[in-house]
Design a protein around this ligand. Structure first.
Ligand SMILES: [Zn+2]
Length: 427
């Protein structure tokens, strides 16, 4: 009976993973064909985008798709290999026999350390190719080999030093938390996430990029004026030196308690080398302040926390069910907490995760329109349109999309839809 069960679980896992892969592949192919066949600047974009930039954006988009095809094929083959060969269980045995300490926590930490290290190593060639070949080809890459290496090392050390203690706490709560452990688990993980979100801008982000306060001047004065008109508690106004990393430009608003606005230095660059004029930057900021006015960060956080409770509930129902461990190669009696969590969250919940991510993408587009509407109310629709066009040019966004691909993937509405909405609202 158990054998049939765990084979069923194994094939369900593989079925869902492949279904997800094929669905995303189908969407990618649809978009790829749109890029291949759209050789002329569409009517509605003439005057907005010249042929040279359009061609370059098209070829950039095709190259990114091709890269994506290879990367996701390697990823699905690796996952299938890991599940089918019982690699998770083999690494577990190795970790257990080589652990200098007794107990599940120690073995789990070694197990996780080995797996995450392997995954970082496997990802490295892709990351190198993406940065130094693909982005380089279109003039976006600004990283030196030293910057890239240091960046990767820092990210690796940081992620290990956060993951290992957090996972140890999770294991202890599941093992000793009693019948309602999932409630403790939810509260603890929720608190940890809040702490990380709070310390991120001041302590974590500066490890990777240089943040400097926006210097005094016309732009700063205008931004402060706008913030005080809206009663926005502008605690921190920073420029991030994104130009050390890439030529892509952006601006964002961050903060639960302390409010922080961050502008990319590339956004502020001189018009001849890309970047936006002051009134355009101000329009982008009005959009960002729209996110604050509508409490988008808080709303998103509430959704994520509700989701987390649901995930832990599902885990609580399933984690004593032996076939989920046997399906990935573990013997009957061995049911490590972390393995159960991985199998439930990463494999069994694939259909749910896909659906959730789609709904969040839709919600995010809705939020973007809301923020644009807010900027329109502040009479910033016209400079915002100019800014969006400029940003799209600077980032070489290909403006023509397959509708299904766009609905599934775009957290921000495509350029044309945003321009359209801004024009209508303005009239
Ligand atoms: Zn936005």
């Amino acid at each position: 009976m158990t054998m049939i069960d765990d084979i069923n679980v194994l094939y369900s896992i593989l079925f869902f993973l492949w279904l997800q892969y094929l669905w995303e592949l189908y969407l990618e192919i649809r978009q790829y064909r749109v890029c291949q066949h759209t050789k002329d600047v569409p009517q509605e974009l003439r005057g907005v985008m010249n042929k040279d930039i359009f061609d370059k954006a098209r070829s950039y988009s095709i190259d990114k798709s091709s890269f994506g095809f290879v990367k996701s094929a390697v990823s699905i083959i690796t996952s299938t290999f890991i599940i089918y060969t019982g690699l998770l269980a083999k690494v577990w045995n190795y970790s257990q026999s080589n652990s200098p300490w007794e107990g599940e926590v120690a073995t789990s930490c070694i197990w996780l350390f080995i797996l995450t290290t392997l995954s970082s190593v496997l990802d490295l060639p892709f990351s190198i190719y993406y940065t130094f070949v693909l982005e380089e080809k279109y003039g976006f890459n600004k990283q030196t080999a030293t910057f890239f290496t240091l960046d990767k090392i820092k990210a690796y050390i940081l992620s290990q030093s956060l993951t290992l203690p957090i996972c140890s706490i999770i294991i202890l709560i599941v093992k000793y938390g009693g019948e309602y452990f999932f409630v403790w688990l939810w509260i603890t993980v929720g608190v940890i996430l809040m702490v990380l979100l709070t310390i991120y801008p001041s302590y974590i982000a500066p490890l990777f990029d240089k943040y400097t306060p926006l210097p005094e001047g016309e732009l700063r004065t205008n931004i402060e004026k706008l913030a005080s008109e809206l009663k926005f508690p502008l605690d921190q106004l920073y420029v991030v030196e994104g130009s050390k990393r890439s030529a892509h430009s952006n601006a964002y608003f961050y903060g639960l308690f302390a409010k922080r606005i961050v502008l990319f230095d590339t956004l502020l660059a001189k018009p001849e080398s890309g970047g936006c004029e002051n009134d355009e930057v101000l329009a982008v900021l009005s959009h960002e302040l729209g996110h604050w006015k509508h409490s988008h960060i808080t709303k998103r956080l509430i959704i994520m926390q509700t989701n987390l409770l649901l995930v832990f509930l599902v885990f609580a129902f399933m984690f004593r069910y032996p076939p989920i461990y046997q399906a990935v190669g573990f013997p009957t009696k061995l049911q490590p907490v972390l393995v159960g969590l991985l199998v439930v969250m990463q494999y069994i919940m694939v259909p749910y995760n896909e659906l959730l991510s789609f709904l969040l993408t839709c919600l995010s587009r809705y939020f973007e329109f809301q923020a644009d509407k807010f900027a329109t109310k502040l009479k910033k629709a016209e400079p915002l349109q100019r800014a969006l066009i400029q940003l799209n040019k600077d980032n070489l966004g290909f403006p023509v999309y397959d509708s299904l691909y766009s609905a599934w993937h775009h957290s921000h509405p495509p350029l044309l839809q945003r321009l359209d909405a801004l024009k209508t609202k303005q009239d």
